[in-house]
Ligand binder design. Structure first.
Ligand code: WTA
Length: 649
């Protein structure tokens, strides 16, 4: 495979193993292989048991899984209401006063929201949405900071069967426009602004710019958070608090079909156009509740904290739906880890007595840079399980996390999954799996994964492509408006198998080592960005003739975006101009770290840009065979420039 890189080789030299301690096993929900054994005997029966145990149904399903490759339906015929599962049933069971969210604003303001509070607010907001003409099946866009209203909005949509489409607040107006138009959303829920690094970042102006080109938006609901000035368009824009003031807190949960569309979430593919990944209700909820419970070994007194943003799938599955379905108590934090100081996360863990903590390898590598003295300022002894997600974790970061955050006593669950899988797929179970730093270990009970070679032959040892061989309840149901792309992207590379787009190695003990993407998708700080998206943003600048983008290894962010740009004759643009332009087109997360200007891009004689070679240049590697190049002097020139160009961190 072309995409193996040095960190991976280091990963595979890792020999240390970490069995669960006797003390952990003693209190664990699962301390043996019983779940694996049960699922191996009958995986559909296993999932059905989870659905019956963890989810409350209005009416029973008649078929566990209908599988017409590549389309699956789960718990067919069953009805449920997802928001009722996340709220009403906990209140009805006498747990209304249990805290759902300890919310911590970046400036230090806090809110404590119980399940009873959340149920009231969700019912009110569901009525608000109805009042704005939102009905079952209508799409609602959400563009919010990390404030409780984000969860309220999602659950209110779920309550009335209106699929939501959350767009990460860091995406630009243009990205929001594209996603709203693709989903044909009727209502947009946003905020004046939110706090980030001690300042208010405005959202409403970006929303205004976005919806100027969105003919389907009829109403905009604006949450007041930043206190910044905003323009409100009469008749179209409404303050959240004003609408909520008069709203009834009685909105009974209506039973929905198990396959009712719960949400769309846009993610980058290998083309410039993001895909609207479709997730439905019964199977998805079962999958996220099950994985949240067993992977985090959820206990009644847990305080769980996932540091993701609700704009990503991790926020959907492991802040909103999984934990709330399980009635968990969570921390939700609005801001960045280094405001006001580099120890903010550790201060929050100490303050709330967090027991289960879920974050990204990029964050861990950043904490390593800030030093072990930061966590050492705080009492982290409440922690019991640590999780990671979003990218491969290098053994060094794993060990640092284990030692400095987990005090050497907390199992680490390295969870591999994707927007498309809905929930975790490959991960240890903390009370039963012996972990190896850098390996996500084994498929979870109920999940079937196989590594295959180019010809789809199963690989029993060594490297290949990760595939999934059986349908699972949380799997995507398709790409919004584009069934052909669904088929082509995931199901055509290997017949009868779901192709994840990730490389993977199997070691002697059968452990899975995820190696990163093998397609033109970059993973920057755990965020998926396609090279084609950044390229098309660059060429939309009037001065740019041609652009090629590659992801190069980066010690902190996993990969960094490196762009090679050819300007149009006689026109000029600075590196800053182009970076700002990309931020405007996509969002700040997609800004190239480095831009090389070059009179030509290296191409094969048939005119294909040689990305492998560009990556080699970006990573400072010796170039191998360049004989297929149309013009080898281009490369020499690029290498010379690469040595000179400054990069931006
Ligand atoms: C990568 C995030 C290695 C992988 C939940 C996948 C990982 C992509 C891991 C999905 C992990 C996620 N180890 N790689 N534990 N978790 N990935 O859709 O390349 O934002 O395909 O979902 O992240 O990213 P997405």
């Amino acid at each position: 495979m072309a995409d193996e890189h040095d960190t991976i080789d280091a990963l595979l030299d890792e020999q240390r193993t970490f069995p669960p301690t006797a003390a952990f096993k003693e209190q664990a929900l699962v301390a043996d292989t019983s779940l694996y054994d049960e699922a191996r005997r009958d995986d559909e029966g296993f999932w059905a048991r989870q659905a019956a145990d963890l989810v409350t149904w209005h009416s029973d399903w008649h078929t566990i899984c209908e599988w017409e490759l590549p389309f699956s339906k789960w718990f067919v015929g069953g009805t449920l209401n997802v928001s009722e599962n996340c709220l009403d049933r906990h209140v009805a069971a006498g747990r209304g006063e249990t805290v759902a969210f300890h919310w911590e604003g970046e400036p230090g303001d806090t809110r404590t929201i119980t399940y009873a509070d959340l149920l009231t607010e969700v019912q009110q907001f569901a009525n608000v949405l109805k009042g704005l003409g939102v009905g079952k099946g209508d799409r609602v866009n959400i563009y919010l900071p990390m404030i409780p209203e984000a969860a309220v909005a999602m659950l209110a949509c779920a309550r009335i069967g209106a699929p939501h489409s959350v767009v990460f607040g860091g995406f630009s107006a243009q990205s929001l426009t594209d996603r709203i138009n693709d989903a044909e959303a009727k209502v947009l829920i946003t905020a004046d602004g939110g706090y980030r690094r001690g300042e208010v970042f405005p959202l409403k102006p970006a929303a205004d710019e976005a919806i100027a080109d969105c003919p389907t938006i009829e109403h905009v609901v604006v949450v007041r958070r930043g206190g910044n000035d905003v323009d409100m368009v009469a008749g179209r824009d409404h303050w959240y608090h004003e609408l909520m003031d008069g709203a009834s807190a009685d909105c009974p949960a209506e039973p929905m079909d198990s396959e009712q569309l719960l949400f769309l979430l846009y993610t980058s593919g290998t083309t410039g156009k993001p895909k609207g990944i479709m997730h439905t209700s019964g199977g998805y909820l079962t999958h996220v509740a099950y994985t949240h419970k067993y992977v985090f070994d959820l206990q009644p007194d847990d305080v769980y904290w996932c540091t993701a943003d609700v704009g990503w799938i991790t926020g959907h599955s492991y802040i909103v739906y999984g934990p709330l379905a399980n009635g968990a108590t969570q921390v939700m934090y609005e801001g960045v880890p280094n405001y006001p100081d580099n120890d903010r996360f550790w201060a929050i863990i100490e303050k709330y007595g967090v027991t289960k903590f879920y974050t990204a390898p990029t964050a861990i590598r950043t904490f390593m840079k800030w030093g072990a003295k930061e966590p050492a300022k705080h009492d982290l002894s409440s922690l019991k399980v640590l999780g990671t997600v979003g990218e491969p974790i290098n053994p060094e970061a794993w060990i640092w996390y284990h030692t400095n955050i987990g005090g050497g006593r907390c199992p680490i669950v390295d969870t591999w999954w994707q927007t498309e899988t809905g929930g975790m797929m490959i991960s240890p179970l903390p009370g039963c799996t012996t972990t190896k730093p850098g390996s996500a270990t084994f498929p979870l009970p109920g999940v079937s994964a196989e590594v295959v070679d180019d010809e789809a032959r199963p690989v029993l040892h060594g490297g290949g492509y990760l595939t999934l061989t059986r349908p699972w309840p949380g799997m995507l149901r398709g790409i919004w408006g584009d069934p052909q792309r669904y088929q082509d992207t995931y199901w055509s590379r290997f017949e009868g198998r779901y192709f994840a787009g990730d490389g993977c190695k199997l070691d002697d003990d059968g452990y899975l080592w995820l190696l990163g993407r093998v397609d033109d998708v970059m993973n920057v700080s755990g965020h998926r960005i396609s090279t084609a998206e950044v390229e098309s943003a660059l060429v939309s600048h009037p001065s740019v003739a041609e652009a090629a983008v590659v992801g190069a290894n980066d010690d902190t962010t996993g990969q960094a975006i490196i762009a090679y740009v050819t300007l149009r004759g006689g026109l000029d643009a600075s590196i800053d101009d182009l970076r700002t332009h990309v931020a405007h087109e996509i969002g700040a997360i997609a800004k190239p770290k480095t831009i090389y200007f070059t009179p030509d891009l290296p191409k094969t004689r048939s005119g294909k840009i040689m990305r492998r070679l560009l990556r080699d240049v970006a990573e400072g590697r010796n170039l191998g065979d360049t004989t297929t190049l149309a013009d080898a002097s281009v490369v020499n020139e690029l290498q010379r420039r690469a040595a000179e160009v400054p990069t931006e961190d």
